[in-house]
Design a protein around this ligand. Structure first.
Ligand SMILES: NC(=O)c1ccc[n+]([C@@H]2O[C@H](COP(=O)([O-])OP(=O)(O)OC[C@H]3O[C@@H](n4cnc5c(N)ncnc54)[C@H](O)[C@@H]3O)[C@@H](O)[C@H]2O)c1
Length: 596
């Protein structure tokens, strides 16, 4: 017969524990909430009341409901208070010896039939379970941060967890309004195994001064639609917790050096910079525990002050190319008031591009986003040409031709001969080194990457790629142009994948490896990332949209440039591409899109 859960216990009321208490109490369960000291108990109480008060202020919880919720929680110091609970979940710091000690104690204190659960993110549930005399009643219940908000729960079953315990915990998750995925005991389970390599990589980028914290975070939010950037997420998780999770994953997960915690993390933890909970991590917060970021000495100046001296005036822009990107970029510049000269390889292509731009602008009019006058003015600003010579007096050229180095180099050599001095020459390449293109000219200081995202008129992000020869003036000009276009320009170095692709594709590749290892299914992995981390799409949905061939090519580039063993393309990805399963465009990728 299924267990009745009436009273549950939570041990540790930190970042996770306080949220877990809220989840239980909100769903009608009585909770015994336990901490190690009166002071820690008080902090937990403050976190819980702060969170429920915010829910009331936002109209998500009635005052009476809040009062009833809080009345269900019994705050206590010491594990002895847990003698009558039906289930206890532990959420103390991520140290195996500490958790084992607590489980041995819980085994002694709790009723014989009580289920003992851990919220560990990376430690072995099996190793924790053997500290008790009832390993068959020990299970992992891994909530996501913030627990009251995130829908996912990973239920971790060890080889000895009883089937009825798993079933009862799954039913409990449903009662809590959560979606559970049940998996076996492996470091990082689904979501963290895919998330932490990415987070650590982002910290490494910041540590190497490849880009600023604001730019790394903005790139992932605006380029991939993630709810938070990786460094802001690290601050939310807590850098001490993140450090321990990475360290355990490194040791338990095959010593993948991508999980070896970035040295900066250790330094920050030692210095007491733990993220939101201590008031300072990658960012500075209004006070400990507050989600509000306040400016500090690293905050870039806003507005005009951000633009360095020597920014060049740009009025006339040449766009070379006739593909999807070139077409979108022409529209973006024309709408923003620039005079645009479009250069394609012939009148026929120009006519096609012109038609596409018109259609897109008309859509804007139909949707009420653009007036007819503005549409006509934008179209009136575009000149259509089939010769590069017409670019002699433009102030900026944006190249968006085929992704082949020889073609781009030849084009830049021609532009070097044709364009006036002082022009900024930009390439939209997503994978080639910008410096190669720059060195095809006699003016590498004026060459920069402007990596727009598809569809350019909609995506708010542009990666501004500076080579080691790009002048400060050229970068400042590129930033000013992006601002005028209404885009967020993030500045980064000239490395394979820039910010977004370098952080995104290895994660997608890891998801393929996880599927290949039969650890979980494509559906559960997609759920885990959407419901546990708030991603707009799961990795397999995204791979099918982007195209498996495109993804494989990007992953190969990253691997070739960085020689990181963990970046080697997943064999399953290669096989699917060889088999012609390229994703939506071919009707089949990880999923079959021909059936409804
Ligand atoms: N932070 C996250 O995003 C996240 C997400 C999912 C799971 N987890 C996991 O949840 C667990 C807790 O992490 P956290 O981030 O909430 O840590 P935290 O440091 O914010 O909180 C830990 C709490 O445990 C208390 N504690 C320590 N020893 C105790 C004891 N002997 N008895 C009772 N309480 C004790 C501490 O006083 C503290 O309040 C870890 O296993 C972590 O891996 C964390």
């Amino acid at each position: 017969m299924a267990r009745e859960f009436t009273r549950v216990g939570v041990v540790g009321l930190g970042t996770m524990g306080a949220g877990i208490v809220e989840v239980f109490a909100r769903n009608g369960l009585d909770v015994t909430a336990v901490e190690i000291s009166e002071a820690a108990l008080e902090r937990g109480r403050v976190t819980l009341t702060g969170s429920t008060d915010r829910a009331v202020a936002k109209g998500k919880l009635a005052e009476a409901e809040r009062d009833a919720l809080l009345a269900r929680v019994d705050f206590r110091v010491g594990l002895d208070a847990l003698h009558d609970v039906d289930l206890v979940i532990e959420a103390v710091p991520e140290h195996l010896d500490l958790k084992q000690r607590i489980f041995a104690e819980l085994d002694r204190v709790c009723k014989p039939e009580a289920i003992l659960a851990t919220n560990t993110s990376s430690l072995s549930v099996t190793e924790i379970s053997v500290a008790t005399s009832r390993p068959n009643q020990v299970i992992g219940i891994h909530f996501f941060n913030p627990a009251p908000v995130m829908k996912l729960v990973e239920v971790v079953r060890t080889v000895v967890t009883s089937a009825d315990v798993v079933a009862d915990v799954e039913a409990l998750c449903e009662r809590l309004g959560k979606v559970d995925v049940t998996i076996s005991d492996r470091a990082g389970f689904i979501a963290n195994a895919l998330l932490f390599g990415y987070l650590n990589h982002a910290v490494g980028m910041f540590e190497a001064r490849y880009a600023t914290r604001e730019d790394i975070d903005a790139a992932m939010k605006l380029g991939c639609g993630l709810p938070m950037g990786p460094l802001a997420l690290m601050d939310l998780i807590g850098l001490d917790t993140a450090y321990e999770i990475l360290d355990t994953m490194y040791r338990r997960g095959g010593r993948d050096r991508r999980h070896a915690p970035a040295p900066l993390l250790k330094q920050m933890v030692t210095a007491g910079l733990l993220g939101r909970k201590s008031g300072r991590g990658f960012y500075t917060y209004e006070r400990p525990g507050s989600p509000k970021v306040v400016p500090d000495e690293y905050t870039p100046p806003a507005g005009d002050a951000a633009l360095a001296d020597g920014t060049r005036a740009i009025a006339k822009v040449g766009v070379v190319g006739s593909g999807t990107m070139a077409t979108g970029i022409i529209e973006v510049f024309a709408k923003a008031g620039y005079e645009v000269i479009s250069v394609t390889r012939g009148a026929e292509k120009s006519a096609k591009v012109c038609e596409t731009v018109k259609t897109s602008l008309n859509k804007g009019v139909v949707r009420g986003k653009l007036s007819e006058t503005d549409r006509d003015a934008a179209l009136g600003r575009i000149t259509w040409s089939a010769t590069l010579d017409h670019l002699a007096d433009v102030d900026l050229v944006v190249e968006a031709v085929i992704e082949e180095l020889s073609v781009k180099k030849a084009l830049f050599a021609s532009l070097d001969e044709i364009c006036k001095p002082g022009v900024v020459l930009a390439t939209t390449t997503s994978s080639l080194p910008v410096i190669d293109v720059a060195m095809a000219t006699q003016r590498p200081a004026d060459v920069i990457g402007l990596h727009f995202f598809n569809p350019a008129p909609i995506m708010p992000l542009v990666e501004i790629v500076r080579t080691i020869r790009t002048s400060a003036e050229t970068s400042a000009t590129a930033r000013a142009v992006c601002a005028t276009l209404g885009k967020t320009g993030v500045v980064c170095g000239d490395r394979s994948g820039f910010i977004v692709n370098a952080l995104l594709f290895p994660y997608l590749n890891d998801a393929v490896r996880m599927l290949e290892a039969s650890y979980s299914t494509a559906d559960d992995i997609d759920y885990a990332m959407k419901l546990g981390c708030g991603y707009p799409m799961g990795p397999f949905e995204l791979l099918d949209v982007v195209g498996l061939d495109v993804s494989l090519a990007i992953q190969r580039e990253l691997y070739l440039e960085l020689r990181e063993p963990g970046f080697a393309p997943a064999p399953l990805l290669e096989h699917l591409v060889t088999a012609g399963y390229l994703g939506r465009k071919s009707g089949r990728g990880f999923r079959d899109h021909t059936r409804r």
